[in-house]
Design a protein around this ligand. Structure first.
Ligand code: WQD
Length: 346
């Protein structure tokens, strides 16, 4: 029996595939490669020493998904596939509802048809919007402030209704805080196409000289130093959280939601300082206006995941910075860095 990973060629998906393989699971990746690169699947094979069954398909094409279920015995699905840029979701809401919500409906329809009723779903702390209280617990009011966050919350509600309609479903919803860093091999990492949206890929591209200056979006927030505070979590810690979530999903029938964060908040300045201390590379920056839609502070209370999944983050902010820098240094142009090898088919 195999675990189907939708979006498995992506940043968090690829790191989760490595952990699953190393834990002994057989995996299958489906990905439309709209925001990822086929090369990452090759890197997962390199790291794990295992050949991976990969289908380049779009979740909106139901017949393609059905072929995957016809050709393989699937035990559970870890569902990462979707579009995730907050800013872009404001400009292109229909693309976000189509890809994220409709794509998930089609996936669930096919799962139902083939009697597969176990899913780990990739959600986001964005569903909380401006947090009602801190640290954020799972029962904190949800109030997403952008279409991306609304798609994630809509899918969560749909999955909860699916479980109510049939208690044989087993669904674990993981709300990620801010994943950064990379696998210690330096072979897989965050491959932001073009200009990054998020802070850490921006920092590493400035450190690599690919971008001139880091823009700090505002320093007048009610925080320790005026800059935004977030709960940065190492992507490998996050991947291991999926392993624990899968174990629970395979052994019970329920629908549960977990915050996956470290429980620590760090400001932009604190992340810059940690990066400079971990790498010895200075990050030139300038303060600009706040980014519309940004919130001041967000960090998790991860105690529910610790109690019920037996999971907690283990790596600290400097290790996240070291590992992010190793990925950037080894792959100056992300997965295209070895374009020559790609072309030669090595
Ligand atoms: C972090 C902090 C910015 C860039 C987003 C999504 C969330 C999740 C993670 C998908 C903030 C500041 C940033 C820059 C800056 N993605 N910043 N200069 O906005 O907390 O979360 O990514 O699930 O859904 O909302 O992450 O990395 O963009 O910003 O000063 O160039 O860094 O203001 O305080 P964010 P981020």
């Amino acid at each position: 029996m195999a675990i189907l990973i939708t979006g498995g060629a992506g940043y968090i998906g690829s790191h989760t595939c490595v952990e699953l393989i190393q834990a002994g699971y057989d995996i299958i990746i489906v990905d439309n490669l709209s925001n990822s690169n086929r090369e990452s699947v090759k890197r997962i094979e390199l790291i794990s020493g295992k050949k991976i069954l990969f289908y380049q398909i779009n979740l909106l094409h139901q017949t393609d998904i059905e072929i995957v279920f016809l050709e393989n015995r699937i035990e559970a699905v870890i569902h990462f596939a979707g579009v995730k840029a907050v800013g872009n979701s404001v400009k292109e809401p229909l693309q976000y509802y189509q890809n994220n919500v409709t794509g998930t409906i089609i996936l669930c329809e096919v799962m139902k048809k083939f009697n597969v009723n176990k899913m780990v779903f990739s959600s986001s702390a964005t569903v909380y919007g401006i947090p009602e209280f801190l640290p954020i617990r799972e029962n904190c009011k949800t109030n997403p402030t952008n279409p991306y966050g609304r798609t994630k919350l809509m899918i969560e509600e749909m999955l909860r209704d699916l479980y109510i309609s049939n208690n044989e479903w087993s669904i674990t919803i993981l709300r990620y805080f801010n994943p950064i860093g990379a696998h210690k091999s330096g072979r897989i990492g965050e491959d932001a196409n073009g200009i990054p949206n998020n802070l850490m890929p921006f920092i590493t591209k400035v450190a690599a000289g690919k971008l001139q200056t880091l823009q700090i979006y505002g320093d007048c927030y009610p925080t320790i130093d005026g800059t935004g505070v977030r709960d940065y979590i190492h992507v490998v810690d996050l991947a291991k959280g999926h392993l624990k979530a899968l174990e629970k999903t395979l052994s019970t029938s329920s629908v549960e939601t977990y915050n996956i964060g470290t429980g620590e908040g760090n400001s932009v300045f604190e992340l810059i300082t940690a990066f400079e201390s971990a790498t010895g590379v200075r990050i030139p920056y300038k303060i600009t206006n706040p980014r519309p839609g940004d919130i001041a502070i967000s960090y998790a209370d991860p105690s529910k995941a610790k109690q019920e999944l037996g999971w907690q983050a283990e790596m600290g902010i400097e290790e996240m910075c070291e590992d992010a820098w190793r990925w950037q240094s080894n792959n100056p142009d992300g997965y295209l860095s070895n374009a020559a090898e790609l072309i030669s088919g090595k």
